[in-house]
Design a protein around this ligand. Sequence first.
Ligand code: SF4
Ligand code: SF4
Length: 130
Amino acid sequence: MKLLVTFSRKEGKKPIIAQVVRDTGVLVSVERALIDSSEGEALIDIPDDTCRIVRDKLADLGAAVRFLEEEIALDESECVDCGACISICPQEVFSFDEESKLHMDAEKCVLCGRCIEICPHRALSRKSEA
Ligand code: SF4
Ligand code: SF4
């Protein structure tokens, strides 16, 4: 399960994800993080059965948590196999198969949304919006 965690840094730097790992014993995979002097945002991946304990711990530490269940959806009827999404994706989610048709490995996706913006045929969307 992927969680988007937002936290303030106005009261100083706190290793919030490290604290969650230490206090819950859950192994947290950080898939992307954007941190500036005032705020931080991290996309984390955790085992489904640990969602509640991790969410509660993050809330205790003052973070806002959103569950990300929407995956990226590919509308094959709109895709023209141009390859633009292959170039832009930082996770190598997309590739061409032997017949030069687009193949998608959704497990690797970190939901950054870049492919949605670049697709010239609007063949990609978040599943909740598809
Ligand atoms: S950018 Fe859009 S049209 Fe081009 S290969 Fe990717 S999904 Fe298909
Ligand atoms: S949302 Fe980001 S990581 Fe996921 S498939 Fe699109 S470009 Fe790749």
